[in-house]
Every structure is written in C-alpha cells, then in structure tokens.
Design a protein around this ligand. Structure first.
Ligand SMILES: NC(=O)c1ccc[n+]([C@@H]2O[C@H](COP(=O)([O-])OP(=O)(O)OC[C@H]3O[C@@H](n4cnc5c(N)ncnc54)[C@H](OP(=O)(O)O)[C@@H]3O)[C@@H](O)[C@H]2O)c1
Length: 249
C-alpha cells in the first residue's frame, strides 16, 4: 500500500493496535477515519488530529455495517483502504459444558465482522486506485492458544478467508494480513503487564516499517510472531501448542 495520500477506514481504532496504527498513518499524511463502539475512546483517538474523524460502529451488527459503509462512501468517495482491526478475546474452557455466548460473540466480531465489512466495501474499493484491504489475524491463528480456543479458531478462519480473498481479487486490489504476536493492549486481562507482550509502540513501529519497506507485502510478520507463523512449516506447532496448554494449566 502507498505510504501517504490514502483515505483509510480502520475498525477497532478506539484503542490498542488500531489506534496506534491510525496515529502513525495520520502522521504520514493519510486521511484516517476510525470506528468502534466507545464514543469517548474514539474522541480520544482523534483529539488534536486535524481531519481525523470517527464513526460509532458495532461490527457485530450487520445493519450498522451497511449504514456506516453507505455513509463512508458518500462522505469519503476517495476511500481506498479498509483495515479490519476490531476484535475481542477471552479465556474459555472447552473441556466442559459452558455458556457459549462469549465465544459466539468472538466469531461474530472477529470473523463475521471483517467478512461483512469487506462485503460492504469491496465493490467501492475495487474501483479505487492503490486500494487495499487489511485484515488483522494473530499468531494464535497459526498455533492456537488453548486457553482461548474460539478466539484462536476465529483468527485461523480469518487467515483462511484472507487467502481466498487475495487469490480471487488478483491485481484488482492488494490484500494484506497483519499477524500480531502477543502485544501489550487491553485485549485480554494481563496482556498489558505481561513480560511476554511486545510493547504496543514497538509493534506499531515495526508494522509501519514493514508496510513502508515492502509496499506490495501480503503479510506483515514481525520478528516476535515468526515462531508461530512458521510453526507448521518448521514442524514445531504440536510442541508449541502443548507447551502453551501446560503453561495455562
Ligand atoms: N494484543 C494482542 O496480543 C493481539 C494479538 C493478536 C491479534 N490481536 C488483534 O489485534 C486487534 C486489535 O486488538 P488490540 O490488542 O488492540 O485490543 P484492544 O485495545 O482491546 O482493541 C480492540 C478494538 O476492537 C474494537 N472492537 C471490539 N469489538 C468491537 C465491535 N463489536 N465493534 C466495533 N469495534 C469493536 C474496540 O473498540 P470498542 O470497544 O470501542 O468497540 C477496540 O478498538 C484485534 O483484532 C485482536 O484480535 C491482538
């Protein structure tokens, strides 16, 4: 994707990775529109940033996606980049009957959210120069974190969907998958203070460096996620998942 001069819509721009990337893209000279459910957090994201605007949006609500997409295209006909960063996570124990509502919400948000968002904007984006669709999967989509099985499965499915989309779109537009390692955000309890989390600023800087150095990149793979991304290839996936299962009890 181009370094500057894009009009970028980012779901999950109200905090964490989405906000960090939104600020960096804005710093580089892009028009940036963020979305999320929390109005106050969105106001904080855009504060002091001329031209940056937001939409309140719940990506688990198909009607809301359709309405926002319609408004976006009308208000920002130059829109050429969609970044699907909204996501939720959470621990679950699949070895015993449980309340599935939280896991179902993860699938709705992390998988159906991007599918619906892409569906709502793909026809517009195909007509724009230098257009791109970005998905944000996870290292756990490649080696599942057993304590978060539905979350991991939603990210594996998102990776698969991204591959299909890229193959089918061909040269019509670029499809980029950002694959974060564990990053210090509020996504899950304990992530911010964990010594195993990559600091948010470091991660966001590394992502931007790769996007700028490799403008035709298909996957953004920072160093810390390589053991997960390439675990199947390296024959280490089975041992890694077992190690993570025993670490989480
Ligand atoms: N942090 C990590 O270790 C890690 C690792 C791998 C992948 N990721 C992925 O990175 C992405 C960003 O997560 P993060 O770590 O930055 O966590 P975060 O700070 O909790 O950010 C999650 C973002 O998603 C938005 N969101 C959640 N549900 C939504 C919904 N139904 N509709 C609209 N927006 C929604 C939140 O905004 P509102 O609450 O305002 O709606 C927030 O802006 C997620 O897709 C996550 O799965 C994170």
């Amino acid at each position: 994707m181009k370094r500057a001069g894009n009009t970028i819509f980012i779901t999950g721009g109200s905090s964490g990775i989405g906000r960090a990337l939104a600020h960096r893209w804005h710093d580089l000279g892009n028009t940036v529109i963020v979305a999320g459910r929390r109005r106050g957090a969105l106001e904080e994201t855009v504060a002091g940033r001329p031209g940056m605007t937001f939409y309140e949006l719940d990506v688990a609500d198909p009607d809301a996606i359709a309405a926002v997409a319609q408004g976006l295209v009308a208000e920002h006909p130059d829109l050429n980049v969609l970044v699907n960063c909204a996501g939720i996570s959470g621990a679950e124990d699949p070895t015993t009957a449980r309340d599935l509502s939280r896991g179902e919400k993860m699938v709705e948000t992390n998988l159906l959210g991007p599918i619906r968002m892409i569906d709502a904007l793909v026809d517009h984006l195909k007509g724009r120069p230098a257009a791109a669709i970005v998905t944000v999967s996870s290292g756990t989509g490649f080696v599942p974190y057993p304590a978060a099985p539905t979350y991991s499965a939603s990210k594996a499915a998102l990776h698969s969907y991204t591959l299909s989309l890229r193959a089918l779109l061909g040269n019509a537009l670029q499809v980029i998958e950002i694959i974060p390692p564990q990053v210090a955000t509020d996504l899950m309890e304990g992530l911010k203070d964990s010594p195993y989390s990559v600091p948010l600023d470091k991660f966001a800087n590394d992502v931007m460096a790769q996007l700028i150095s490799y403008p035709s990149a298909e996957e953004i793979i920072v160093d810390e996620v390589k053991p997960f991304r390439f675990a199947e290839r390296d024959g280490t996936a089975s041992d890694l998942v077992k190690a993570m299962a025993s670490a989480t009890g």
